[in-house]
Design a protein around this ligand. Structure first.
Ligand SMILES: *Cc1c(COP(=O)(O)O)cnc(C)c1O
Length: 463
């Protein structure tokens, strides 16, 4: 694994110093037991001041830089033609090579705008791995979202450099069978649902070639484009001498449109983008944007949020930042793996994923080992992770029996520039402690179960 050039031994070198601090909520075990119980054992229902280390998501939780805050104060809040839109548009055009840049309030708004314009119902949209909101937006238009990961991605413990790749032969097969139903081919970089795993440039090129051959729109969900670009630099032959920006530019040159959440690799607290090349589509989308998000030069955002994204997009491509970013995640994963804890390998770009059904191998999958683990981490250490297993991705058949997803994962997502090595060391120690006394933990079942995106609001009880 690539290390930061300031790495000495096994430390994580954070390439910044801290000039504004926020105290961490320090709570007692009794308080945490009471709070998680009244949250129905769903960590989404906890209040943030009840959480000490919050690894629920890396979305919108980044620490902004002094420069981002400075740009926010300087921002222009004009309704139309804001300077911050012009500056952001220039940055994004240069990065993506796409002439049309539409700001939106977050990634899913870009998805909604695009799919509700392009889809009529009955279509099939293949991808390496659709994110949950992408899938929900596609299904909301009456179309279906299909994931075509490579076989290597199905083995969570197999070391493979580009587990985010899309299976090219499965894509060709699907296109040969159902071409008329497929207007769009998608790629998510990095593949969030698949463990934050990167996609290689070779794979992106191959998908682009097939999309071109069949005359399909090729759309990249680019939420973590900078992390993916850095993985290409350090893992793919031929890119070691390229900058992350050059690699990102190459990626974007291969697709027709981009959906993007500024809450990820724009290191911002809110915002998103929709970028594309087609002028006619631009006209249509801008008109629809006015109905749902706002005028095309602000798209539902304040001028200061456009400013934060613009500056964040520059900082996120700095190599020292990216090297530190990926190292924090791999450092944590290495320590857990050393202790025998089943972590998805290799470590992803923004998160580590623990296989909860293997961690708690005495808890059957219908008793939700992922909820047992998120509860244990919170009760012991005030740590908030996110179940991405049976609760998030499972379903019920007609008889009400569980349909299990492939794995029962718990995700620990890393907010950008927020926690230090000491904080992650604390997280590692807590998880080790739970693992060493794992036999004393028991499972859960649904109390109140919601049908869609059920991890957000369902509640549970101990069995
Ligand atoms: C977060 C995310 C989205 C949705 O973006 P929001 O800003 O949360 O609406 C879409 N795709 C991927 C891969 C994401 O990680």
């Amino acid at each position: 694994m690539q290390k930061n050039k300031f790495d000495i031994g096994n430390i994580v070198f954070e390439p910044f110093k801290i000039k504004s601090v926020e105290p961490l909520p320090l709570t007692s075990a009794e308080e945490r037991q009471k709070w998680i119980k009244s949250a129905g054992f769903n960590v989404f229902a906890l209040k943030s001041n009840q959480v000490t280390i919050d690894l629920l998501t890396d979305s919108g939780t980044s620490a902004m830089s002094d420069r981002q805050w400075a740009e926010m104060i300087r921002a222009d809040e004009s309704y139309a033609g804001s300077r911050n839109f012009v500056e952001l548009e220039e940055t994004v055009q240069e990065l993506t090579g796409m002439p049309y840049v539409i700001p939106v309030h977050q990634g899913r708004a870009a998805e909604h705008l695009l799919f509700s314009t392009l889809l009529k119902g009955g279509e099939i949209i293949p991808s390496n791995g659709h994110f949950d909101t992408t899938q929900a937006n596609i299904e909301d238009c009456g179309a279906s979202a299909v994931n075509l990961p490579i076989v290597e991605a199905l083995d969570p413990f197999l070391e493979y450099p580009f587990k985010g790749n899309l299976c090219i032969s499965k894509l060709e097969e699907l296109l040969q069978e159902k071409e008329a139903q497929i207007p769009i081919v998608m790629l998510t970089i990095t593949n969030n649902t698949g463990g934050g795993q990167p996609v290689s440039l070779e794979n992106i090129e191959a998908v682009a070639k097939i999309a071109k051959k069949y005359k399909k729109l090729f759309i990249i969900d680019a939420c973590r484009f900078a992390e993916n670009s850095f993985f290409i630099k350090i893992r793919e032959e031929g890119y070691a001498d390229k900058t992350p920006k050059q690699i990102a530019q190459k990626i974007f040159s291969l697709c027709d449109a981009i959906t993007f959440s500024g809450k990820k690799d724009a290191i911002s607290n809110i915002g998103g983008l929709l970028c594309f090349r087609d002028q006619q589509l631009a006209e249509e989308l801008k008109n629809r944007l006015i109905i749902t998000e706002g005028f095309p030069t602000y798209g539902g955002l304040a001028g200061y949020s456009l400013a934060a994204m613009n500056q964040g997009l520059k900082e996120v491509l700095v190599e020292d930042y990216l090297s530190y970013r990926l190292r924090t995640v791999s450092w944590t994963a290495e320590r857990l793996i050393e202790s025998g804890i089943p972590v998805v390998r290799p470590a992803g770009g923004h998160a580590i994923y623990i296989e909860a059904a293997k961690f708690f191998d005495h808890i059957s999958r219908q008793h939700l080992p992922g909820i047992a683990l998120t509860t244990a981490m919170y009760e012991l250490g005030g740590i908030r992770g996110c179940e991405l297993g049976t609760v998030a991705f499972g379903k019920r058949d007609e008889k009400g029996e569980h349909i299990f997803p492939a794995l029962d994962l718990v995700r620990l997502a890393f907010p950008r520039r927020v926690y230090t090595e000491a904080h992650m060391g604390y997280v590692v120690e807590c998880i080790k402690h739970i693992y060493n006394s794992r036999a004393s933990y028991s499972g859960f079942e649904f109390e109140q179960e919601y049908k869609v995106l059920r991890h957000f609001r369902s509640t549970f009880r101990r069995v």
